[in-house]
Design a protein around this ligand. Structure first.
Ligand SMILES: C[S@@+](CC[C@H](N)C(=O)[O-])C[C@H]1O[C@@H](n2cnc3c(N)ncnc32)[C@H](O)[C@@H]1O
Length: 394
C-alpha cells in the first residue's frame, strides 16, 4: 500500500522471487493483498456509491447526510487533480505490462512455494489459494459473458470447541459460491465472503461460550437472524455448529437486500445442506413479515458498516427485531484510509443518546466493544482490523 492507501504497481512493489528463503510471510501476504486490491474488483467503495445513488433516487437518505464527495459526483473520475482511488486502481488494472508482471510473479510463487521458510505449514496452502484466486481474475470472462459466471466454490473449515475440553473439538465444514470476478453491478459486494465473516465464524467456533452459544443462555428453541448475510458464511457455520453444542432446535434466518446476493445465499444453503432460511430484508425499510415476524434472541452482522447511514439503519432494524434479553453481535471492519474513514466511529454515534425505544421503553446500547486484530492472509489490504460490538437493551 502507498501512503495514500492506494495499491502500489506490481513492478514497484512485488518482492523479487530469486531467493525465496529470504522472504517472510508478512512480505508475501502484503504483496498478495496489494495484488488482490488491484485485480479482484469487487469493491466496497463502488457499492457505496451505487447504494447512495439508489438512496437518493428513492429519497431514503437522511437529510443531514454529509456530501462525502462521491455522493454528488456522476463520474467515477470527476476531477483530474484529485486522486480518486477507484480511478487509480482502474488505471493500474488496465496496464498490460503491470498485469503480465503480476501474472509471472504469481505463477512463479505458486510453482516455488515450498521453498519458502514459513513457521506454519498451513501457510503454504493459504499462499497458493490466495495467489490462485488472484490469477483466476485474469481469466474472468468478458462483460457480455458475465451472466454465465457462477463464481468459485470455496471450502471453509473451523474447529468448534465443545465445552472447556479442546480435545473435544469438531470440524465444521462449509462450502460456498464465492465472488464472481467481474460484475457490472457494484452493489453486489455480498457475493464475496469478507474477512469479518471468516474472523467471526472462527471466533464463535473457538469460544462459543463467550458468545453465549449455550443451551442455557439461548433456551430450547432460539431464533437467530443474520443481517447483511452476503454469502451466508456465519449463518451456515452456526447451523452446522449449534447441534454439536446441544442446541438442536434453533431457527436460523440469513437476510440481505440484494436479489443476486439472496439467490447466491440460497445456493450456498443447498450446497452446505444447512438448516437456514434465506429471506429479504432491507435495513432502510424493514418489513417484518414471516419468518421475521417473531423477535430474535440473537442478531449477527459482519462487515455491514461502509456508508454513513448504515449504523443508524441497523440500529433501527435491530430495535424492531431483537427480543427482550437478546443480544446483537456486530463485527465492524475498520478501513482507516480513504472514504471509509468517515464511518469508523458511526456505530458508537448511532447507539448514543436518542435511539428509538421498544414498547417497554428500552433502547439498544453498546454493552461492550473489543478491538479484534486483522489476521494474516484474511481480508483485503485496506482492512486494518475489526471492532466487535455486543449490543443489547439498556
Ligand atoms: C461487505 S458485504 C458483507 C457480507 C457478509 N456479512 C460478510 O461479512 O461476508 C455487506 C453486505 O450487506 C448487504 N447490505 C448492504 N446494504 C444493505 C441494506 N440496506 N439492507 C440489507 N443488506 C444490505 C450487502 O448486500 C452485502 O451482502
Amino acid at each position: 500500500m502507498s501512503r495514500a492507501g492506494l495499491p502500489l504497481s506490481p513492478t514497484s512493489s512485488l518482492p523479487p522471487l530469486r531467493s525465496l528463503v529470504s522472504l517472510n510471510e508478512e512480505k508475501i501476504f502484503s504483496a498478495l493483498d496489494n495484488l488482490q486490491e488491484i485485480y479482484c474488483p469487487v469493491s466496497l467503495s463502488r457499492a457505496v456509491k451505487s447504494q447512495l445513488e439508489h438512496g437518493k433516487a428513492h429519497n431514503i437518505l437522511p437529510e443531514q447526510t454529509a456530501d462525502s464527495g462521491y455522493v454528488s459526483e456522476d463520474d467515477l473520475c470527476p476531477d483530474e487533480d484529485i486522486i480518486d482511488p477507484e480511478c487509480a486502481i482502474d488505471a493500474l488494472r488496465a496496464d498490460v505490462f503491470e498485469r503480465n508482471f503480476a501474472i509471472r510473479w504469481l505463477t512463479t510463487l505458486i510453482a516455488r512455494v515450498e521453498e519458502l521458510k514459513l513457521d506454519d505449514e498451513d501457510e503454504h496452502e493459504l499462499i497458493v489459494d490466495k495467489a490462485s484466486f488472484i490469477l483466476a481474475s485474469f481469466t474472468a470472462p468478458a462483460e457480455e459473458d458475465e451472466e454465465e459466471d457462477t463464481g468459485i466454490t470455496r471450502d471453509f473449515s473451523f474447529e468448534l470447541t465443545k465445552g472447556s475440553d479442546v480435545q473435544k473439538a469438531v470440524t465444521i465444514n462449509v462450502r460456498l459460491n464465492d465472488a464472481p470476478q467481474t460484475t457490472t453491478d457494484h452493489t453486489d459486494v455480498g457475493l464475496q465472503s469478507w474477512g469479518a465473516s471468516i474472523v467471526f465464524s472462527d471466533s464463535i467456533c473457538t469460544t462459543p461460550d463467550r458468545f453465549s452459544l449455550t443451551k442455557d443462555a439461548l433456551g430450547p428453541s432460539p431464533r437467530i437472524i443474520e443481517l447483511g448475510a452476503g454469502t451466508g458464511l456465519v449463518s451456515l457455520v452456526l447451523a452446522k455448529g449449534l447441534p454439536h453444542l446441544g442446541i438442536t432446535n434453533a431457527t436460523l434466518i440469513a437476510t440481505d437486500y440484494h436479489s443476486a446476493v439472496l439467490a447466491n445465499l440460497e445456493a450456498n444453503i443447498q450446497l452446505t445442506e444447512a438448516e437456514v432460511k434465506a429471506c429479504p430484508l432491507d435495513w432502510s425499510a424493514p418489513i417484518l413479515a414471516a419468518p421475521l415476524d417473531k423477535p430474535a434472541n440473537v442478531l449477527v452482522a459482519t462487515d455491514v458498516i461502509y456508508a454513513p447511514e448504515h449504523a443508524m439503519w441497523l440500529r433501527n432494524c435491530a430495535t424492531l427485531l431483537l427480543a427482550p434479553g437478546g443480544v446483537f453481535w456486530l463485527l465492524m471492519t475498520i478501513r482507516p484510509n480513504g472514504r471509509f474513514e468517515a464511518v469508523v466511529d458511526s456505530v458508537e454515534a448511532a447507539f448514543q443518546g436518542t435511539s428509538p425505544k421498544n414498547p417497554e421503553g428500552r433502547h439498544l446500547a453498546i454493552l461492550s466493544m473489543e478491538n479484534v486484530e486483522k489476521r494474516r492472509g484474511i481480508g483485503r489490504g485496506d482492512e486494518s482490523g475489526y471492532k466487535l460490538f455486543r449490543i443489547g437493551w439498556a
